[in-house]
Design a protein around this ligand. Structure first.
Ligand code: FES
Ligand code: MG
Length: 576
C-alpha cells in the first residue's frame, strides 16, 4: 500500500499551520495532557461511542472503548472518544425512529467540524447502525463499524427465551390466563440477561449483518456475542485497522457501491431480516448515491432463500447459536455465488478474500441452499389501491393461510382506540377480519412507531387464534411475527388511500401477485377523498416540527429530504 504523506492528513489542517488558530488547537491538546508527539503527524481517530446508562444494549461500550483506543495506539494513531446520541430502543418514546436522523446529522456534523482523520462507529441497538453509518457516509472520512454484538440467549425455568419474540408469545399466554405472576416475573428477569443487542434476528442483528455484508465491519464481526472475549479482541482490531485505513485513504465511497448495497440486501434476505431493514437500507444506500428502490428488494426477496434458522423467521435458534455455527461469514459463504465477491471492504481486501476458509459448523442453524428454512427471501413488497407507493410483509413469519386472503376491515384511527378494542372480550370479530391501524406512519405516529404487530383481540385469543391479517402504516419490531402488512405508503396522515378505508369494506391480500387492495369502487373512493379533512400536525415546534417538514415516506427511506445525497452540494472542508 502507498501510505499518504502525514502532511496531507485532515487533522493537519488543525494542528500543523504556524498561525494563531492552530496555536490554539495545539495548546488545547496540551491542556488535555498530550504532547505534540501524541497528536502531530498521526491519524486522529474519533471513536463515536453511543454508550448511555439508558442504552441497555450498549452497556459494555464503556469498557470496549478502551480496547478500541488500545488498538489505535498500537497502530500509531491517536484515539479520541466522542460520546454520541444514544438512540436506545428500550425506552425511547414515541419511537426511536424519530431520532435516527438526528443521530445521522450529529454524526456527520461532529466529524466534519473536528480534526478527525477517521472514525470508529460504536453502535448496534436498532437505529444506531443506520444513524451512524448514514452520517459517516455523508461526512466521507474513512470509517469502520464496531457492532455491539448480540446478548446471550435468554433463559427461564429451563426454557430458552428470545428477545421480543418470546415476550409477545408469553404475553398472549398471560392474556389467555395461562401464566401466573411468578412465572411472568421469571420471564421478565430471564429474557435479557447480558449486555448486547436483541439476540433474535431482529432489527439490531439484521442491521449489523447488513453493515458487515456491506464491508463496513471486520469480517464476521456482527455475529460475535457482546460479552465474548472475542468481542474485546475485535474491538482492538477495529482500532488498529482504522489507522491503516486512514493511511490508505480507504473512504466509504470506495466501499459502499451498488454491489455492496446489493450484497447487503441479499444477505439480509438470507438471514430472515427485520422489515425495518427495508427502510434503513434504502436510506443508507441513497446517502452513498446508490438509488435503491423497494422493487429491487422485492426482486431479491423472490430469489434469495432464507437459510438462517434463527427466530423469529427461523424456528429454533438464536444469535449465540448462529455465532457458534460459523456466523455471518459462514452464511455468506453458503450464498457466495449470489454475491458480488469483488466488492471492496474495510479490510482493504475483497469480500471474496474475506470469506476464504469460512465454514458452517452446524447445518441446522445455517442451512445449505438445498434445505432452506424458506424458499423465497424474507420480505415481499406489495402494491395496490391501499398502498400505491408500497407496503411490506414478511411471509416467512406469517401463517400461510393468509397469503391469499379476503376479509372485512376493522379500522382504528389511533393506538388507544385499537388497544381498547383488543382488550374487549365481547368485541364482534372473526378470524377472517382484517385489523387496520392508521395514522401510525412517519408523520402520523409520529416518528413511525413499531405498532404494526397489532395484538390479536382477546375475543380471538380465547378461541385459540394466534394470527390474523393486520395492516398499518406503522413499522413493527424486527422480533415480531405474524401476518402483518406494514409501512403502507403514502401513510394515512398525509392523505394516503389508507385514510379512505372504512370498517366493513372488503380488503384483499394476494401475495403471489404482490397486491393489497380495498374492494371499493372508484366513485365511492373519490367521494370519500373529497370529504377528508387534513389532520392536525403532531408537532408545532422544535425537532419534531423539523422532522415533519422534511421526513420522506417509508418507501423513500424516511431520511430528511435535505440530507439525501442529491439535495445539493455538500459543504467542503472548513476554511478557517
Ligand atoms: Fe437494543 Fe433490541 S433493544 S437491540
Ligand atoms: Mg427492535
Amino acid at each position: 500500500m502507498t501510505k499518504k504523506d502525514p502532511k496531507t492528513l485532515r487533522s493537519a489542517r488543525w494542528f500543523a499551520p504556524d498561525d494563531l488558530r492552530s496555536f490554539g488547537h495545539r495548546s488545547r491538546m496540551m491542556q488535555l495532557g498530550y504532547g505534540e508527539e501524541d497528536f502531530r503527524d498521526r491519524p486522529v481517530i474519533g471513536v463515536l461511542n453511543t454508550w448511555s446508562e439508558l442504552n441497555t444494549c450498549h452497556s459494555h461500550f464503556r469498557e470496549r472503548v478502551k480496547d478500541v483506543k488500545r488498538g489505535i495506539t498500537q497502530a500509531g494513531g491517536f484515539g479520541v472518544e466522542m460520546p454520541s446520541l444514544s438512540v436506545d430502543e428500550s425506552f425511547t418514546k414515541p419511537s426511536s425512529m424519530l431520532y435516527r436522523n438526528m443521530l445521522a446529522m450529529e454524526t456527520e456534523e461532529m466529524i466534519r467540524s473536528h480534526p478527525l482523520d477517521g472514525v470508529v462507529l460504536m453502535g448496534g441497538c436498532d437505529k444506531t447502525t443506520p444513524g451512524l453509518v448514514m452520517g459517516a457516509i455523508s461526512a466521507g472520512v474513512p470509517m469502520i463499524y464496531l457492532p455491539a454484538g448480540p446478548m446471550l440467549r435468554g433463559n427461564y425455568a429451563g426454557k430458552i427465551l428470545g428477545s421480543g419474540s418470546d415476550a409477545w408469545k408469553y404475553w398472549d399466554e398471560r392474556r389467555a390466563g395461562n401464566i401466573s405472576d411468578e412465572e411472568w416475573l421469571g420471564v421478565q428477569g430471564g429474557i435479557a440477561r447480558s449486555a448486547g443487542t436483541c439476540m433474535t434476528m431482529g432489527t439490531a442483528s439484521t442491521m449489523t449483518a447488513i453493515a458487515d455484508a456491506m464491508g463496513l465491519t471486520l469480517p464476521g464481526a456482527s455475529s460475535i456475542p457482546a460479552v465474548d472475549s472475542g468481542h474485546q479482541r475485535m474491538s482492538a482490531a477495529c482500532g488498529r485497522r482504522i489507522v491503516d485505513m486512514v493511511w490508505e485513504d480507504l473512504t466509504p465511497d470506495r466501499i459502499i457501491t451498488d454491489a455492496a448495497c446489493r450484497n447487503a440486501a441479499i444477505v439480509a434476505m438470507a438471514t430472515g431480516c427485520s422489515t425495518n431493514a427495508v427502510v434503513h437500507l434504502i436510506a443508507m444506500a441513497r446517502r452513498a448515491g446508490v438509488n435503491m428502490q423497494l422493487e429491487d428488494l422485492d426482486g431479491l426477496g423472490r430469489t434469495t432463500p432464507l437459510i438462517a434458522n434463527v427466530r423469529p423467521s427461523g424456528k429454533d435458534y438464536l444469535m449465540e447459536d448462529f455465532y457458534y455455527a460459523g456466523g455471518l461469514r459462514a452464511l455468506m459463504k453458503q450464498i457466495e455465488e449470489m454475491l458480488d465477491t469483488s466488492a471492496l471492504t474495510v479490510t482493504g481486501k475483497s469480500m471474496g478474500e474475506n470469506l476464504e476458509g469460512a465454514e458452517v459448523y452446524n447445518d441446522d442453524v445455517i442451512r445449505p441452499l438445498s434445505n432452506p428454512v424458506y424458499h423465497e427471501g424474507s420480505l415481499a413488497v406489495l402494491k395496490g389501491n391501499l398502498c400505491p407507493s408500497g407496503a411490506v410483509i414478511k411471509p416467512a413469519a406469517c401463517d400461510p393461510k393468509f397469503y391469499n386472503h379476503e376479509g372485512p376491515a376493522l379500522v382504528f384511527d389511533s393506538y388507544p382506540e385499537m388497544k381498547k378494542a383488543v382488550d374487549d372480550e365481547t368485541l364482534d370479530i372473526t378470524p377472517d377480519h382484517v385489523m387496520v391501524l392508521r395514522n401510525a406512519g412517519p408523520q402520523g405516529g409520529p416518528g413511525f412507531p413499531e405498532w404494526g404487530m397489532l395484538p390479536i383481540p382477546k375475543a380471538l385469543i380465547k378461541q385459540g387464534h394466534r394470527d390474523m391479517l393486520r395492516i398499518s402504516d406503522a413499522r413493527m419490531s424486527g422480533t415480531s411475527y405474524g401476518a402483518c402488512v406494514l409501512h403502507v405508503s403514502p401513510e394515512a396522515h398525509v392523505g394516503g388511500p389508507l385514510a379512505l378505508l372504512k370498517t366493513g369494506d372488503t380488503v384483499r391480500l394476494d401475495l403471489a401477485n404482490r397486491r393489497l387492495d380495498m374492494l371499493v369502487d372508484e366513485a365511492e373512493l373519490d367521494a370519500r377523498r373529497k370529504a377528508l379533512t387534513p389532520p392536525e400536525p403532531r408537532f408545532e415546534r422544535g425537532y419534531g416540527w423539523m422532522f415533519l417538514q422534511h421526513v420522506t415516506q417509508a418507501d423513500q427511506g424516511c431520511d430528511f429530504d435535505f440530507l439525501q445525497s442529491d439535495f445539493g452540494r455538500t459543504a467542503g472542508e472548513p476554511d478557517i
